[in-house]
Design a protein around this ligand. Structure first.
Ligand SMILES: [Zn+2]
Length: 329
């Protein structure tokens, strides 16, 4: 019997006011570190400083999101016994992930918003000096602490973008099945199940976005999606044709780009409706998007018209070699 050894998060904690109880949480999980370093943005610290009080011995400010900042942060991470606490949005978390992996230091993510699945993943996306986003394989975090007091203060459209990102796993799974049927590509069923299971509970929250129950299932989706990528060793179950469209916008039309999750949600609905022509699924998505207000956010923030999506497909197919519904057109 062969086993696939995967890294599980050693700590997942959700709730309200929990960052203030970080000592207790770490002790409960038998984590003993002589020093904790909080890495965040100055603006966020100004906003939430009182809630973060006492959670670390040292605070390091970063801007986040760019490779060029990595050497400066790496130079500050000299203590081999430190636990890093990354507090912020995707740009801070991605920078910490990258630097923590370089230094082989354990880190815990404390997201300030749940706008995409970067919160728990083994990929860091950072912008290089040419302004292009690059993805790098990194060590997943030791765990995540999702304090709903922070998340509920983030703009609602960010949580909706996070929801769309996780729900789009269903599109990625369809592409995976298609590739299996038409090209014989192997499906790792554990990764497939995890990816699918991340998305489904979110359909129960059409009427209560912003509730603790919604934030819990969104966190669940993010962790479960991350596990799918760790099990499979890549993002097959969580990133299909809809992600290729979003990546193509970021790569080739950055001036017309917006939040990842919103672009992914826009492409997902279009693909179900007009390319896969899966009426039932398109209707289910449309109901969720409309009831939660995501549809209005997409119309407001995505700078592309539905009629333009087919123009993006040739660009999308240049992003990476991954068989999707686009290969059948
Ligand atoms: Zn995504």
């Amino acid at each position: 019997m062969y086993y696939n050894l995967i890294k599980m998060p050693a700590l997942v904690r959700t709730g309200r006011g929990i960052v203030g109880k970080i000592d207790d949480i770490l002790r409960e999980h038998h984590f003993f570190f002589p020093k904790r370093v909080l890495i965040t943005q100055e603006e966020l610290y100004d906003l939430y400083g009182s809630m973060l009080d006492g959670c670390a011995e040292e605070v390091v400010f970063v801007k986040g999101g760019k490779f060029e900042e990595a050497p400066e942060l790496l130079a500050k991470l000299t203590d081999k016994n430190a636990l890093l606490l990354a507090f912020g949005g995707g740009s801070v978390l991605d920078l910490v992930k990258y630097c923590a992996s370089k230094r082989d230091l354990p880190y815990v993510n404390i997201p300030s918003a749940l706008s995409n699945d970067a919160v728990y993943s083994c990929l860091a996306r950072l912008t290089d000096i040419n302004g292009k986003k690059r993805s790098l394989q990194v060590q997943p975090p030791l765990g995540i602490i999702v304090d709903f007091d922070f998340i509920s203060r983030s703009p609602r459209f960010m949580s909706l973008a996070g929801m769309a990102d996780i729900v789009s796993n269903l599109s990625a799974c369809e592409d995976w099945l298609l590739a299996n049927h038409l090209t014989g590509e192997r499906i790792n069923e554990v990764a497939f199940m995890l990816a699918k299971q991340a998305a489904l509970p979110l359909f129960d929250h059409a009427d209560d976005v912003g509730s603790d129950g919604f934030f819990f299932d969104l966190t669940n989706g993010i962790v479960t999606s991350g596990l799918s990528t760790i099990v499979n060793g890549d993002t097959r179950g969580v990133s299909g044709s809809e992600h290729l469209i979003s990546h193509a916008i970021d790569e080739f039309f950055p001036e017309r780009a917006t939040l990842h999750g919103l672009q992914v949600g826009w492409a997902h609905l279009y693909i179900e409706k007009y390319i896969r022509k899966n009426e039932k699924e398109a209707e289910r998505l449309e109901t969720l998007f409309t009831k939660t207000g995501l549809m209005d956010v997409i119309r407001e923030k995505v700078q592309w018209k539905d009629e333009e999506l087919p123009d993006l497909i040739p660009y999308a197919m240049r992003i990476r070699k991954r068989y999707t519904i686009f290969n059948t057109l």
